[in-house]
Design a protein around this ligand. Sequence first.
Ligand code: GAR
Length: 187
Amino acid sequence: MVKRKTCIFISGQGSNLKNLIFRSRDKNFPITISLVISNNKNALGIEYAKKYNIPYTYINTSCKNYENKILLNLKKYKISFICLAGFMKIISSTLINNYQGKIINIHPSLLPKFKGLNTFSRMLKNKEKNAGCTVHYVNKKLDSGNTIVQKKFTINRKDNEKILKKKTQKLEYLAFPEAIIKIFRNN
Ligand code: GAR
């Protein structure tokens, strides 16, 4: 099996990155992680890249030509697939045009509900019955591309934001690899 050279974009903790690193060690898993890009110099997730000898780079997304820097890095490592794993910056159209249908994102809500930030506080405020996560293709509209995998759970009366995040992330560790397998199953 030819594994797709993949770049994971992160901004923070990197627990989804860690999960994907472990999953991608399986010879039957369709991707290999060839690069990690972080837009946060202090992202904890960078430590996983270091620990598992994966090339990584910090990109300052406030810089004018940051998109070119990203594209140059993606070219250098022959990246053909991109996973946004807690990347807290809206992806530019330049990148989307260059990687049409090749960028996926994980979002901590049952899209199309609760696009954007602060999903858990808004869910609680809205007295939602269910929460969950969605893996979807990235297009030019925020959190609006086609869904690949969605997983949900019932919100418990006692759940607060912290608990919702924990329960959601537990499902994310299943949903992200599942979505990647689904995408490449017939390719
Ligand atoms: C994940 O829970 C992901 O759903 C969320 O950030 C977290 C990153 O965690 N993404 C978004 O909110 C995107 N809008 P991690 O860094 O531990 O993988």
